[in-house]
Design a protein around this ligand. Structure first.
Ligand code: ZN
Ligand code: ZN
Length: 440
């Protein structure tokens, strides 16, 4: 180690960080700067006797002295009776980057002043020139015990920032990622999205679950959408997200529902689980009770939310994947072609209760779903007569069971169906979700 260090320092000027970093993998518990200081001191001691006689060694001790090394400065004076001229020279490896650590920390602290975060991660973009220079340097001196400049730089900034702000560095899920771009000399903050879990109920038959862009003008605004860029002026998503975006100062949102109901269907009972993702939030520590109150007041009579909780991206995946594993209970209002007898009503219940239905992709969704035959279970069914040619049914089925087609038969594509059992046409004209049977 001493041999290599001597060779390096007689040939070029390296700062203490860059010297120590070449030996970063030797032993534990030292920063690269501390390693550098130890090696500098060892070199002074090893070659002290030759300072006044050997020109190369004299130059090396001068270079060490210029890194603010007191041992080198005093030893040089003792040996030669001359002072080292403290002219400013720049590290030939990092271009003086490590002299500016505290400036970077100060600048980042300023940027973070108004930000709401608990954990952070430091990232850096290095100029190709520096990376190549370091690679060549290591090759030249056959160094295999170093870490990269980027590793040391980001770690040291992270350490000081943590000391000064009291916030924790985190590699896993940092609230804030701070990217120091040394190519453009800019510092960028990336905020992790905020995920809010909840359940919603929907009380009107005129709004879709998510924002529905106008397909005529591709959201640009046209006559058809009344220059709003949207097919529907409101959605469950917007009713919930807009107040939350305002409160958190986010730049946008994404709405992830555990399945969806038709636009004209109500969503009742215990509500449908969702995760609202707020992008780029200024405020993370939100008061969920207040959010619930504000959303429910603004969306009164349309949508109501409850059970709000802060959640993670992981839970979001879980909610997205769970929709066919869950049971759903629907209430359907059905009109009939003919009058129905109580025997026929009984027959519907007997032939559908606990039965696996074979259901080909409904004609109305054929344009966006693959044409498959799916087996779906009807777990429970209740039917009552509500008029001469009208019945109402409460059906609990496996997730993914198409209820409207279970009733109409969809021209024989769903078997058995209400129509196939009673022998004349049945049609669902109103359908609501009255309960989702979720286990979380
Ligand atoms: Zn350096
Ligand atoms: Zn339009």
């Amino acid at each position: 180690m001493i041999e290599v260090a001597k060779k390096i320092l007689t040939e070029q000027f390296l700062c203490t960080h860059c010297l120590g970093r070449q030996f970063a993998l030797l032993g534990y518990g030292l920063s690269d700067k501390e390693r550098g200081e130890i090696i500098q001191n060892a070199l002074v001691m090893e070659y002290y006797e030759h300072i006044s006689t050997d020109e190369e060694i004299s130059q090396m001790i001068k270079n060490i002295s210029k890194c603010n090394n007191e041992v080198a400065t005093r030893s040089f004076y003792k040996a030669t009776k001359e002072k080292v001229e403290q002219d400013k020279i720049t590290c030939e490896l990092c271009d003086g980057l490590f002299d500016k650590l505290s400036d970077f920390v100060l600048e980042i602290k300023q940027l973070l002043l108004k930000e709401d975060y608990q954990s952070f991660l430091i990232g850096a973009i290095f100029p190709v020139k520096l990376i190549e220079r370091e690679d060549n340097f290591r090759a030249k001196y056959s160094i295999t015990t170093s870490e990269t400049m980027k590793e040391e730089f980001t770690r040291e900034i992270g350490k000081s920032l943590s000391n000064e702000t009291g916030k924790a560095p985190s590699f896993d899920l940092p609230d804030m990622t701070i990217i120091i771009d040394l190519q453009s000399n800019k510092i960028k903050l990336e905020k992790r999205s905020l995920y809010i879990y909840g359940r919603y109920r929907k009380y009107i038959r005129t709004i879709p679950q998510t924002r529905w862009p106008c397909w005529e003008c591709d959201s640009k605004g046209c006559k058809k959408c009344n220059f709003t860029g949207k097919m529907y002026q409101e959605s469950v998503e917007e009713l919930i997200a807009n107040p939350v975006i305002k409160i958190t100062g986010g730049t946008g949102s994404k709405f992830h529902g555990a399945g969806r109901e038709d636009i004209d269907a109500l969503m009742l009972g215990n509500g449908r689980p969702f995760v609202l993702e707020i992008q780029d939030p200024n405020i993370r520590s939100v008061n969920l009770k207040r959010i619930k109150k504000i959303v429910n007041r603004k969306a009164k009579g349309k949508v109501k939310v409850g059970q709000l909780a802060i959640t993670s991206k992981k839970k979001l995946q879980h909610i997205k994947n769970s929709s066919t594993k869950t049971k759903k209970t629907y209430r359907a209002k059905i009109s009939l072609e003919d009058e129905i007898s109580s025997e026929l009503i009984l027959k519907i219940i007997q032939e559908l209760h606990g039965v696996v239905i074979k259901q080909k992709t409904p004609q109305r969704v054929m344009h966006r779903r693959a044409n498959l035959e799916r087996p779906r279970t009807v777990y429970d069914i209740k039917v009552k007569k509500t008029g001469e040619k009208e019945i109402e049914a409460e059906i609990t089925g496996q997730g993914g069971l198409y209820i409207k087609e279970l009733i109409s038969g969809d021209d024989g594509r769903t078997l058995p169906s209400f129509s196939s059992i009673i022998g004349f046409k049945a049609k669902c004209y109103q359908l609501d979700v009255i309960r989702l049977h979720y286990e979380y």
